[in-house]
Every structure is written in structure tokens, then in C-alpha cells.
Design a protein around this ligand. Structure first.
Ligand SMILES: Cc1cc2nc3c(=O)[nH]c(=O)nc-3n(C[C@H](O)[C@H](O)[C@H](O)COP(=O)(O)OP(=O)(O)OC[C@H]3O[C@@H](n4cnc5c(N)ncnc54)[C@H](O)[C@@H]3O)c2cc1C
Ligand SMILES: NC(=O)c1ccc[n+]([C@@H]2O[C@H](COP(=O)([O-])OP(=O)(O)OC[C@H]3O[C@@H](n4cnc5c(N)ncnc54)[C@H](OP(=O)(O)O)[C@@H]3O)[C@@H](O)[C@H]2O)c1
Length: 508
């Protein structure tokens, strides 16, 4: 019997999910609310480039075309690459564009029964003869609603799109008290290029935030306005944003994306010896972090600008907070075209600083977007987990108590495309019966151990759910589940010291 797999979203993760579902003979139906594939790459600022070096941000079986020579291709080239991938694997025919999944509902088992399960879905199997998912899908062209029934759902709705994080304010202290324009980076990115340029031209603006969107918008503002109308960047805390990937001439990938770098960190589920080694190597872990920090301080003159973070670079990379600083950003600060202002909180008022526009580059509410897709409150609570924990996903894909469903692309890594790809391959093997999931209790214990790791190293940013600084250890687990050798390199030296990337996981 042909199993139907409903995939929500046709960004990079949804396309990969579709490709790997097809590879195992399933029948995927992809619902995409936009009129195109590509997700974040269709609605990014004009100046957006890949932050991750191109060799790492690539599909394992579909290299970048030789015509793309840049190490960090711009958003148009990334979009073209993703489109070429979809065309090459003939994925478009499986996608229903302008179709938004407004809700999903599980049918076949009652909540009380589900709560009593000790195995995923009651049996440990990915499919069930009784349980089906109902997808409520709105056609955005006709505004009609259709119901689809599928055997399995893969949620690929993205983490950094769709639902902006707008700061909350007390009454009369929010944007309503301000006469200028207030937009979120998402709305600004969605504007036509000319309209966006016009929007900032000749205006004094404030950008709230200090991650990649904020830095890029500030650069666009000062390119348009110069020192005459400086752009103020309002931030809560300085960050170890990177000038490049070559601290003191050494490759950051070798330092942080290799098996050796992971030996310095306490890992979820490590045995006694690895634990001992991580403790023994703690001074080296500290030295690595200081080495990178000293290079960033030196290159960006952070001390001069009062921008030296108090936390470590290790915290930053362990929470995937490693935005690259646009070229000449601190020169613009030096020239007075960008003003950096630290403020733990802020509000709007009638008689405050005279500005004409405010950009919230304050990120997204990925957690809420994921939770709201479930109709059932029980499942909403399962996916949200406890308030002081991150979204609980086993292998960053499966909520142990939600049957016949996976989430791809929520948990972050330093290189998201390649991480989504290996997760989709793992999921396809699970659906195909290559391996079975352990008991719910075992999965929850594993989730708890990863949570503990994140809380230890992420400096309070554990909700970002980043596996970036432990990606080899994480991939090892997926490989073992699938019956692959986790050792993918030739020779001990390469195995220990070479960075791991997508090409190490080319199907063998
Ligand atoms: C501007 C920008 C630049 C980035 N640069 C990098 C980088 O350099 N390196 C890196 O590793 N990562 C980068 N990222 C992270 C990026 O999110 C991932 O690399 C990856 O592209 C995410 O793909 P995705 O498919 O998981 O999510 P998305 O690209 O967000 O795709 C989700 C898709 O789901 C659709 N959708 C959402 N809800 C519904 C619904 N209810 N029904 C139907 N469809 C729905 C959306 O329309 C969208 O097409 C960047 C992110 C942003 C925002
Ligand atoms: N390739 C590219 O060029 C590119 C471009 C844009 C975005 N991206 C990626 O897209 C993702 C999203 O990036 P993003 O910059 O939009 O969001 P983000 O990484 O989530 O950063 C949000 C920023 O807003 C701040 N913030 C959040 N709430 C706030 C509040 N209430 N008051 C004040 N400040 C607040 C945060 O401060 P704290 O740090 O203090 O929490 C942080 O600086 C990231 O993965 C990023 O790497 C990539």
C-alpha cells in the first residue's frame, strides 16, 4: 500500500524531506503557502549572502554549479541553486503552491490512550492502520479549504520566517506612541528593492537587535544615508559576531567542526572515558575560545567601541549565534554613520529621541509557529514541552509522544542545509523500517541529556536548540541508527582533525 506523507513547507527542509520520501517509494504531498519554493531565500534583504561557506551549505549529491565561484554566494544564487536541485530531482510536481496548512489533527486514538503509550505511536512503528493525520489546508488563491488525510506528517515550516518576534511594551509605550514608521526585518525584506531603498532614504532610524538581520539593515541604512542621518543600533548585549572564519589565520572549521573539537566538550550520553577526557581537555577548550575571542577583539577593535562580550565564544558557537559582521561595519561606527547604543530594555514615547523609523530586527517566534499548527491542545503541550526547556525533539526530529510525525529544520546547526539533509535521510530510513525508535522513556531521557548539554554550554540560549558545536557526535548517532559507519574519513588524522561536512555523508 502506498503511504501518503504530508510535508508542510517547501523551503530547503521540505524539498529534502520530499526527495528522501520519494527515494523510499512513499507518496509525498508538499503544501507550500507561498507561490514558490525556497523559503527564507525568497524573502531576504537585498544584501543577503550565504553566511556559511558554500562547500558546507550544499546538498550531498548535488554540488554547486562551477559558474558560482564565490565562497559566499548572494541570495539570488542560493535561490537558483535550490531551484536547480528541485528541478533535478523532479520535486515540483509534488508541491501544492499557495496552499497553507492552517491546522493538523490526529485521528484514530484518544488522548488518554496516547498518554498511556510506552512506545512511539503505541507500537513503535512509524505508521498505523488506525491513526491518520488530517491536514486542513487553505488554498490562498480561491480561499477554499480542503482536508487531506495522510499516514505521516513532516513539518518543515522553518524557524526564521513567517511569525516575527515583536517586543512587548506596557500600554502607550509601544509603537502606537510613535509617529514614525515601525517595521520588522521580515516586512522590510519582503519589500520590493526600490521601495525598500526609498523607505530608508533620508531617515534617521533605529535598528533594534544585534544579530545578522540588524547588522545588515544598519549597513543598508548607512549606505543610503551616510553620517548625515546616522543609524542607531540598539542592542541588549554585545556578541562575538565574526569578521571572518580565520582566527589568527587558522581555520575556524578545523577548530570547531572536527571530531577533536568535540572531545573537549561534555557530550550527551558520553561514557566515563569520554567524560574524563572532556574534563581533562577543559583548559584547551577555554584556550580555543580565548584564541578566537582575541582575534575578533583585535580585528574589530571591540574594546575601543565598548563591545567586548562578557560571555565566551564557546557559548556563542554552542547556540549557533555566530553572525558574520558585514565588511566595514565598524568603520561605519568609527565614522559616526552607525551609532551603537546598549539598552537592556526600551520603549516608545512622544518626546523621545527624534527618529523617523524603527526596525525590529528582533528575530522570529519559531516555537509558537510550530505549536500553533497543532489543533489539539494536548499535542500543542507535547510539542512545547516545559516552559524552562527547549522544544523536546528526539534526534531533533521526533516528539516522542506525537505519533506519525516529524519536525525538520527547527533545531539549528552552523550549517542548516546539510543538517536538514542528514535528518531527512534518517527519517526516510525510519519510515522504511530500517530501524525502530526506542521506548518513549528512553527517547525522553536522551532529549533531557541534550537539554542538559545545551544549558551547560549555550550561555542561556538553550532554546535556540543548536547542535552546531556537536554536529559530528550528533551525526554519529543518526549514522548508527541507520546502520552506517559513523567514521567517514580516510585515516586517523583526518578522522580526528578534519572538519566534517556534507560531502562526508555522500551515500556510500
Ligand atoms: C536571511 C537568512 C539567511 C540565512 N542564511 C543562512 C546561512 O548562510 N547558513 C545557514 O546554515 N543557514 C542560514 N539561514 C537559516 C535558514 O533558515 C536555513 O538555512 C534554511 O534555509 C531553512 O530552511 P527551512 O526549509 O527549514 O525553512 P524556511 O526556509 O523558513 O522554509 C519554510 C517554508 O515553509 C512554508 N510554510 C510555513 N508555514 C506553512 C504552512 N502553515 N503551510 C504551508 N507552508 C508553510 C514557508 O512559506 C516556507 O517556504 C538563514 C536564514 C535567513 C532568514
Ligand atoms: N545569511 C545571512 O546573511 C543572514 C541574514 C539575516 C539572517 N540570517 C539568519 O537568520 C536567522 C535569524 O536572524 P535574525 O538576526 O533575524 O534574528 P536572531 O538571530 O533571532 O536575532 C534577534 C536579535 O534581536 C534581539 N532581540 C530579540 N528580542 C528583543 C527585545 N525584546 N528587545 C531587544 N532586542 C531583542 C536579540 O538580542 P539578544 O542577542 O540580546 O537576545 C538578537 O540580537 C539567524 O539564523 C541568522 O543567522 C542570516
Amino acid at each position: 500500500m502506498e503511504r501518503k506523507v504530508g510535508i508542510i513547507g517547501a523551503g530547503v527542509s521540505g524539498l529534502l524531506a520530499c526527495k528522501y520520501a520519494l527515494s523510499k517509494g512513499f507518496h509525498p504531498i508538499v503544501f507550500e503557502s507561498q507561490s514558490t519554493i525556497g523559503g527564507v531565500w525568497t524573502n531576504a534583504l537585498e544584501t543577503t549572502k550565504l553566511q556559511t561557506p558554500k562547500p558546507l551549505y550544499q546538498f550531498s549529491d548535488f554540488p554547486w554549479p562551477p559558474s558560482v565561484t564565490q565562497d559566499f554566494p548572494d541570495k539570488h544564487l542560493v535561490f537558483d541553486y535550490v531551484k536547480a536541485y528541485a528541478k533535478h530531482f523532479d520535486l515540483l510536481q509534488h508541491i501544492k503552491f499557495n496552499n497553507k496548512a492552517s491546522g493538523i489533527e490526529y485521528e484514530g486514538h484518544r488522548d488518554e490512550e496516547i498518554r498511556r503509550w510506552s512506545l512511539w505511536g503505541g507500537t513503535g512503528e512509524p505508521f498505523s492502520s488506525m491513526g491518520k493525520w488530517k491536514l486542513i489546508v487553505q488554498d490562498l488563491n480561491t480561499l477554499s479549504t480542503q482536508i487531506y488525510q495522510v499516514d505521516f506528517v513532516i513539518i518543515c515550516v522553518g524557524r526564521f520566517s513567517g511569525l516575527p518576534n515583536i517586543p512587548e511594551f506596557p500600554p502607550n509605550k509601544g509603537p502606537e506612541a510613535f509617529h514614525g514608521k515601525v517595521v520588522h526585518s521580515m516586512e522590510y525584506a519582503a519589500m520590493e528593492d526600490e521601495k525598500a531603498a526609498e523607505f530608508i532614504k533620508g531617515k534617521r532610524v533605529v535598528v533594534v537587535g544585534f544579530q545578522k538581520s540588524a547588522l545588515d539593515i544598519a549597513m543598508e541604512c548607512c549606505a543610503a544615508n551616510g553620517a548625515e542621518n546616522p543609524c542607531t543600533v540598539l542592542y541588549r548585549r554585545p556578541r562575538w559576531n565574526l569578521p571572518d572564519y580565520l582566527p589568527w589565520g587558522f581555520s575556524l572549521a578545523h577548530m570547531y567542526l572536527s571530531r577533536f573539537s568535540e572531545l573537549m566538550v561534555h557530550k550527551p550520553g558520553e561514557g566515563f572515558l569520554l567524560g574524563l577526557l572532556a574534563t581533562f581537555l577543559a583548559p584547551l577548550r577555554w584556550a580555543y575560545s580565548k584564541f578566537v575571542e582575541s582575534d575578533i577583539k583585535r580585528k574589530l577593535h571591540l574594546a575601543k567601541h565598548g563591545m567586548v562580550p562578557t560571555h565566551s565564544f564557546l557559548n556563542e558557537i554552542s547556540s549557533c549565534l555566530i553572525s558574520t559582521v558585514p565588511q566595514n561595519f565598524y568603520d561605519k561606527v568609527e565614522d559616526g554613520e552607525i551609532k551603537l547604543k546598549k539598552s537592556p530594555s526600551f520603549s516608545f514615547c512622544h518626546n523621545g529621541i527624534l527618529v523617523e523609523g524603527v526596525f525590529f530586527a528582533t528575530g522570529f517566534k519559531g516555537e509558537k509557529k510550530l505549536k500553533d499548527i497543532f489543533v489539539s491542545k494536548t499535542f500543542q503541550n507535547f510539542i512545547a514541552g516545559s516552559p524552562d526547556a527547549a522544544i523536546p525533539l528526539y534526534r531533533e526530529c521526533i516528539q516522542p509522544r506525537i505519533p506519525q510525525l516529524a519536525v525538520i529544520g527547527y533545531s539549528e546547526s552552523v550549517v542548516n542545509l546539510y543538517t536538514s539533509e542528514i535528518r531527512c535521510r534518517w527519517l526516510a530510513e525510519l519510515l522504511d523500517g530500517t530501524f525502530k525508535l526506542p521506548s518513549i522513556e528512553t527517547m525522553e531521557e536522551d532529549v533531557r541529556q541534550w537539554e542538559e548539554y545545551l544549558k551547560k554550554y549555550s550561555g542561556g540560549n538553550f532554546k535556540r536548540k543548536c547542535i552546531g558545536a556537536l554536529h559530528v557526535w550528533y551525526n554519529d548517532q543518526l549514522c548508527k541508527d541507520m546502520g552506517w559507519s559513523p567514521r567517514r574519513k580516510k585515516g586517523l588524522f583526518a578522522e580526528l582533525f578534519e572538519p566534517y561536512g556534507p560531502l562526508d555523508y555522500v551515500p556510500s
